[in-house]
Design a protein around this ligand. Structure first.
Ligand code: SF4
Length: 448
């Protein structure tokens, strides 16, 4: 049977418009799909109109993210008409078809092959695969000087507020050799900063019993510590994200102190009150955690700690919340994000205890933010007068914008850099810090 001629086709390579929503992990999925499509000769379109097809990579974590995803699907349908939906929302297709029965295809998260099958049906490739059209490092949606490196999929934890294990399944780790080869390709292609991501970075390798695999002339075990150490030899900044507070995280701090990986730990604590943590099914020894944080800072004084918390978890009392505020004072974390509890459909936590009223959640969120802002401001002021290495993300006519080792892209603050010579994107400059505001630093380049 001859395939139906795709809408909008001009006989040239089919064009795909791509919408990527959600977290950095979803962005990595988008990059993989786009790399495959480009390898098969597809072109990317900046607009839905005139494209042969739209792919929407959705996020289904919170209800607000679901609403944003549904809106993106609606836009794509009205502007183009042929829409393939993938990503987290694809795990529950009935929620999409209830509103948009005419989407072309729906596939779940990480189902790269199914997305490609749907694309082939909707807009068949015009040529044989042009594998050599794609640079060896793949197509990256992030700027060329930093790249996300996904080391595993899924999660073995069962935090009661989270439906990710239901959507994405149990932990599946990539062999260390594969991860290191990808990282090496990225660095060879000009990447200066590798952002290591997964649902639970510190659990890396548990599912494959830490099996060793070959990289270069040696065997590397699929262990968080071993992988971090090897990544640290590649000559790029290595930043660790989404580290669950397991005890063995302590082992990686000396690697940060000696400069192998960045002195930066993104470690979601979620709460501090033991009862709340128990209902969340998260490690509940917060006193011990304070000791550990103090010890980490002794070993690595430059350590930047980023974390996230949830306020208004079912059953959270005023006393629990107070305990959290006091804990924040003691922990003195550098960067903190705070979510208001949302009863995500299908999350076990919704039925564990009585819901906290919305106005109480709102009030607690504001109190939390005010308390933490003062702490973060104090922490950031300590950098005034110091010299920091800054990676340049954007250049302007007089001032460039970059990040210190303590700032991850997209979520943390920036460093605004004046310089007597023009700086280049991706360059790492030494900057003398002169002032700080709530989230950002300002200074002058003193070394290149
Ligand atoms: S560790 Fe993260 S992904 Fe895994 S269940 Fe908990 S919140 Fe969800």
């Amino acid at each position: 049977m001859t395939p139906e001629k795709p809408t909008g086709s001009t006989g040239a390579a089919p064009k795909i418009s791509f919408v990527s929503l959600g977290c950095p992990k979803a962005l990595v999925d988008s990059e993989r799909i786009i790399t495959r499509l480009r390898a098969e000769g597809y072109e990317l379109s900046r607009e839905h109109k005139g494209a042969d097809l739209v792919i929407v990579n959705t996020c289904g974590f919170l209800d607000s993210a679901k609403a944003e995803s549904l809106e993106a699907i609606g836009n794509a349908l009205s502007q183009n008409g042929k829409v393939v939906v993938t990503g987290c929302m694809g795990a529950e297709p009935e929620n999409i078809t209830a509103q948009y029965p005419n989407v072309f295809a729906i596939t779940g998260p990480q189902q790269y092959e199914s997305v490609l099958d749907a694309v082939h049906r909707a807009a068949p490739p015009q040529h044989d695969p042009f594998l050599d059209l794609v640079p060896p490092e793949g197509i990256k949606l992030t700027p060329r000087h930093y790249a996300y490196l996904k080391i595993s999929e899924g999660c073995n934890n069962r935090c009661t507020f989270c439906i990710i294990p239901k959507l994405r399944g149990d932990l599946v780790s990539r062999p260390a050799g594969d991860v290191l080869r990808e990282a090496e390709r990225l660095v060879t292609a000009g990447v200066k900063e590798l952002l290591v991501i997964s649902q639970d970075t510190s659990a890396y390798g548990v599912d494959i019993k830490y099996a060793a695999s070959t990289w270069k002339d040696r065997e590397v075990r699929a262990r968080f510590l071993d992988l971090s150490r090897e990544l640290g030899t590649l000559g790029a900044w290595v930043r660790l994200h989404y580290v669950y507070p397991y005890p063995h995280v302590d082992e990686v701090i000396p690697l940060m102190a000696d400069g192998h990986v960045l002195p930066y730990l993104d470690i979601p604590f979620q709460h501090a009150a033991p009862d709340v943590l128990r209902r969340m099914k998260r490690p509940a020894a917060q006193e011990k955690t304070l000791h550990r944080i103090a010890r980490w800072r002794e070993i690595c004084p430059d350590l930047t700690l980023r974390s996230t918390f949830i306020v208004g978890f079912p059953g959270e009392t005023e006393a629990d919340f107070q305990l959290l505020l006091d804990w924040l004072d003691e922990a003195a974390l550098d960067r903190v994000g705070c979510f208001r509890y949302e009863p995500v459909k299908g999350a076990v936590s919704n039925d564990l205890a009585e819901a906290v009223p919305k106005d109480v959640i709102e009030d607690r969120w504001h109190r939390f933010m005010a308390r933490q802002q003062a702490i973060s401001a104090r922490r950031i002021k300590r950098k005034i007068g110091t010299r920091q290495h800054v990676i340049i993300d954007e250049v302007g006519p007089t001032v460039a914008k970059g990040r210190s080792k303590g700032d991850a892209p997209e979520i943390d603050g920036s460093v605004y850099v004046s310089s007597r010579r023009p700086l280049r994107v991706g360059e790492i400059a030494t900057v003398k810090i002169e002032r700080a505001d709530a989230y950002d630093l300002h200074g002058t380049a003193v070394g290149f």
